[in-house]
Structure formats: structure tokens, C-alpha cells
Design a protein around this ligand. Structure first.
Ligand code: ADP
Ligand code: ADP
Length: 226
């Protein structure tokens, strides 16, 4: 759980293009925030800045009152789920999920226990010895979620996590994200193009355009009275 406080956040890429202009955003503890907006408006840039995968050109990010703007990704209490899953192909499901704990040099017993818990909550118990190429798209996505939550991050960032799945699976996974949010009680920041996902998952929706936050509101406020 975490409160996220973003102030004056700006990102100019090395080619000089400014993808995010002076953005302010406050996210409450445990909130499910969905970020929508046209392709290229800066959604991924904002997530990558929160995750620490990019350095901001200006501005600050604080989580629970702690300034994390310049901390390395692993020290932020934040984890990210990517559209492309980004699983390690040569590692099994269990090894993929365990990876962040191995990097953090957690004891073997703790790793085994955490992996078992995560696998149970995502219904991956039967698949732990498989490699990613032997999984369906939905199963791969579940593994990438497992790898993200295994360190019990305060904040879970999801960048179009369902966009590579067929429509039936998207519906199922949408329900799963709602369940996961309830179960974990974590702060979620979720990027999508899908209005239905935004409507059903969000406590609040952030509408971005051209590197700016244009509107923030509850789903019904934004979509019922456009
Ligand atoms: P990424 O996060 O990988 O940069 P993009 O934002 O480039 O993803 O968009 C992914 C796909 O969604 C692209 O094929 C793009 O054409 C399409 N897309 C982008 N914006 C919209 C939109 N507002 N409505 C529908 N499809 C969109
Ligand atoms: P979205 O996720 O909303 O599709 P992005 O945050 O991916 O948007 O990109 C925002 C803008 O920044 C786009 O115009 C994109 O082309 C540009 N951009 C993204 N990454 C880079 C980069 N590494 N270098 C230069 N421009 C980039």
C-alpha cells in the first residue's frame, strides 16, 4: 500500500523530445488508478519514471512520504508488469517468479515459501516446471504478474497488461485484476487503451494527452457526462 505524490514531473528524451510536461498527480493508498489516452501521449513514460526505468528531467516522485526520484528500481517498493511479459525464456515458471528474490539474496526457504504462495494465488501450481514457450498468453501474463508481486511491492505498475491477449482471456484477466487488487490491497497504476477495462477496474481514471494530465475523475464522472 502506498500513497504516491508526483510533482512537476518532466521527461525530455535524449533527442530533445519532451514526452511529459510538468505533471502533478496524487494517488491515494490502495487506489486502482487507470491511465488512458491516445498512443504517444506519455503513459508509458510516466510508468517508467515511477518504476525508475527512466530518469526524469525535472520534478519529484515520493512514495509514502519518501523521495524515490533517484533511487534504483529495486529500492522503490515498486514493481512493473509489461505488455510483452518480458519473461526469461531459459528459466522455468518457478525460477521466473523467484528471480527478483534471488537478486535480493533472500534465503532459500523464504523464496520457496513466497513462490508457492504467489503460484497458488495465480493458479500456477501445475505449471511451475514449465518454460515460458510452453505456456499460453494468459499463463505467461500470470507468471509476469507473479514475478512482479513476489517481493510484495507497495505499488504495482501495469503497462497494457492485457493487450496481447484474445478478447475472451481479456475478460477473464480483467476480473482477475479486480480480484488481485482486493486480495493484495496494493496501489495499482494501470495503463490501457480499453475503455471497458478503465470503467470496470478504476477507482479513478487519469486521462492524458500530449504529455499532460488532462482530467482525473471517477469512471462515471468521466464517461457518463463526457
Ligand atoms: P506502447 O505502450 O507499446 O507504446 P502504443 O501506445 O504505441 O503502445 O499503442 C499500442 C497499439 O495500440 C498500437 O498499435 C496503436 O496503434 C494502438 N492505439 C494507440 N492509441 C490508441 C487508441 N486511442 N485507441 C485505439 N488504439 C490505439
Ligand atoms: P504512450 O505510452 O502513451 O503510447 P510513450 O510514453 O511510450 O506514450 O511515449 C510518449 C512520447 O515519447 C511518444 O511520442 C514517443 O515516441 C516518445 N518516446 C518514447 N520513448 C522515447 C525515447 N526513448 N526517445 C525518444 N522519444 C521517446
Amino acid at each position: 500500500m502506498a500513497r504516491i505524490e508526483i510533482k512537476g514531473l518532466t521527461k525530455r528524451y535524449t533527442d530533445g523530445f519532451e514526452a511529459l510536461h510538468h505533471t502533478d498527480l496524487s494517488i491515494e493508498q490502495g487506489e486502482f488508478i487507470v491511465i488512458v489516452g491516445p498512443s504517444g501521449c506519455g503513459k508509458s513514460t510516466l510508468l517508467r519514471l515511477i518504476a525508475g526505468l527512466e530518469e526524469p528531467s525535472a520534478g519529484t516522485i515520493a512514495i509514502n512520504g519518501r523521495d524515490i526520484t533517484h533511487l534504483p528500481p529495486a529500492e522503490r517498493g515498486v514493481a512493473m508488469v509489461f505488455q510483452s511479459y518480458a519473461l526469461y525464456p531459459h528459466l522455468t515458471v518457478a525460477e521466473n517468479i523467484a528471480f527478483p528474490l534471488k537478486v535480493a539474496r533472500r534465503p532459500k526457504a523464504e523464496i520457496a515459501e513466497r513462490v508457492a504462495k504467489v503460484a497458488a494465488s495465480l493458479e500456477l501450481e501445475e505449471l511451475l516446471d514449465r518454460r515460458p514457450r510452453a505456456l499460453s498468453g494468459g499463463q505467461r501474463q500470470r507468471v509476469s504478474i507473479g514475478r512482479a508481486i513476489v517481493r510484495q511491492p507497495d505499488v504495482l505498475l501495469l503497462d497494457e497488461p492485457l493487450s496481447n491477449l484474445d478478447s475472451e482471456l481479456r475478460v477473464r484477466m480483467r476480473h482477475e485484476f479486480a480480484r488481485l487488487h482486493q486480495q493484495l490491497g496494493r496501489t495499482m497504476v494501470y495503463v490501457t487503451h480499453d475503455q471497458l477495462e478503465a470503467m470496470t477496474l478504476a477507482n479513478r481514471i487519469v486521462v492524458m494527452a500530449n504529455g499532460r494530465v488532462e482530467q482525473v475523475g471517477a469512471p462515471l464522472d468521466l464517461y457518463a457526462h463526457p
